[in-house]
Design a protein around this ligand. Structure first.
Ligand SMILES: [Zn+2]
Length: 357
């Protein structure tokens, strides 16, 4: 990976983009992708779209989501402790003893999730498990007024402060790889198309959608604006090889074995076949995953938008989803970029994906 891409990856991943507050991440993403594309637009909730061939009638989307999970301040006690609600699927179990950044109009305020000492708890089976009603933030204040003077109020959003690291040179580990690694990968597809001077016969819409973590909302909105013919979505899926996963329940998918292709009614099979032949032709390894009904990703929003859009999902296996040590294989990142790229350049404008004609 060249230094420009690596710099972008770290800048983009280390920035915070909690659901509903994705603007700073979107700006970093747009600044990186603009030179590789012809134009861009954004919508009122912050979804960003960079476009190649904006005038073309046939429209192809490649998409990732821009937001990350976090916490929202909802109750400040008279003693200055802060209780939170989940912003997305944040995991209370991992919160105690973690450090957070709380975003206020006065800038970032540091906080910590405190927890009673091991010595004073009822240990063994009766030990208290942290949950959303018991975890609390300490910002070093001793009264509600002092908390408010720091700029913190009900509605302020916080994220863990953990940043991206290399793990044994083979992995990247950090916060919010779900799904800013996706935003990184679709931007790299645009860079590749630009550097290889590829000519596309259709409009390519590179979409970084907001608010996926609370219900595919950004994708739902932007799919109606673009009215695409084809959508290839990328998101994370679970690596199930590490301890305590259950392959019978959660499938057999592993980091390092390549992109995961999902089978589900929401996935259009002729588009999926096109992606599989691109993988086979270019010897890109891939894995298979089955979902019942929907995929739980933005794929569903595109598939079922308007009159229906041929949609497919290319996922990257991820260890420890929704923790601060989300871990993905560098080789898989390269292979997802390559598979999206090869699937896009081999697409013909006006391809009719219908099963029966
Ligand atoms: Zn997620």
């Amino acid at each position: 990976m060249n230094t420009e891409s690596r710099d972008f990856l770290f800048r983009y991943l280390n920035n915070s983009s909690p659901t509903g507050y994705e603007q700073s991440g979107q700006q970093i993403w747009l600044d990186y992708i603009k030179p590789f594309t012809d134009s861009y637009f954004t919508d009122v909730y912050g979804t960003a779209v960079a476009v190649i061939n904006p005038g073309a009638k046939y429209k192809v989307v490649i998409e990732a989501h821009a937001d990350e999970i976090g916490w929202t301040v909802h109750y400040i006690t008279d003693e200055g402790y802060i209780y939170v609600k989940q912003n997305g699927g944040s995991d209370a179990l991992i919160a105690p003893s973690m450090r957070v950044n709380i975003y206020t109009d006065k800038g970032i305020v540091k906080g910590v999730f405190g927890w009673p000492a091991i010595h004073v708890r009822e240990r063994g089976k009766a030990d208290t498990m942290p949950d959303i009603d018991t975890i609390f933030l300490d910002v070093g204040a001793t009264s509600k007024t002092e908390v408010e003077e720091l700029g913190i109020h009900v509605g302020c959003v916080a994220t863990f402060e953990d940043e991206l690291i290399d793990l044994n040179d083979k992995f990247w580990t950090g916060r919010a790889l779900d799904n800013r690694i996706g935003g990184f990968m679709i931007a790299e597809v645009a860079r590749k198309l630009f550097e290889n001077k590829d000519k596309l016969e259709f409009g390519l819409y590179i979409v970084n959608a907001v608010q996926e973590e609370v219900g595919l909302n950004g994708a739902m909105m932007i799919s109606r604006t673009i009215e695409a013919d084809v959508a290839i979505v990328t998101d994370v899926c679970h690596d199930t090889a590490s301890p305590m996963y259950n392959k019978i329940k959660q499938s057999d998918v592993r980091c390092g074995r390549g992109p995961s292709l999902t089978y589900a009614p929401a996935v259009q099979n002729n588009l999926l076949k096109h992606i599989i032949s691109a993988a086979e032709e270019h010897k890109i390894p891939f894995q298979r995953l089955a979902s019942s009904r929907t995929t739980g990703t933005d794929t569903d929003a595109f598939a079922y938008s308007g009159k229906g859009t041929a949609s497919a999902l290319i996922s990257i296996p991820l260890k420890y989803m929704h923790t601060t040590v989300e871990t993905a294989s560098k080789k898989d990142v390269e292979n997802v970029i390559e598979l999206i790229y090869q699937s896009v350049i081999s697409l013909k404008a006006d391809t009719d994906f219908r099963y029966i004609k």
